[in-house]
Design a protein. Sequence first.
Length: 111
Amino acid sequence: MFPLSLPAEIGCPLLTAAQHVSKLAPWEFMSDLELLGLRDDATGELYVASILGTLGTMFAVVGYRNENGLRSIQNIVASREMGPQALEEMDCLKVEWCRKGELQKNDLETP
């Protein structure tokens, strides 16, 4: 769930989008080696996203942005490995899904 400090006008659309992606379940037919390119119509900014979950250990979408984020995913794809430095350089947003039973009490109380 999103943090309590995230304004509802931002958090609610994100939650709606996450629910749509969850229904699509892209981790059932995509691997983290396949990348999606997304362009923000309002700003023209390019985002690259990868899907995590083909191994069944987690279910997530990671969106990379700006020069650092795009460079970090490009380096990972080129080298096919991700060292500790790559994690530090990433400019990304990760949305991860889990089963309701895995949520903590404060997650369940978030509106």
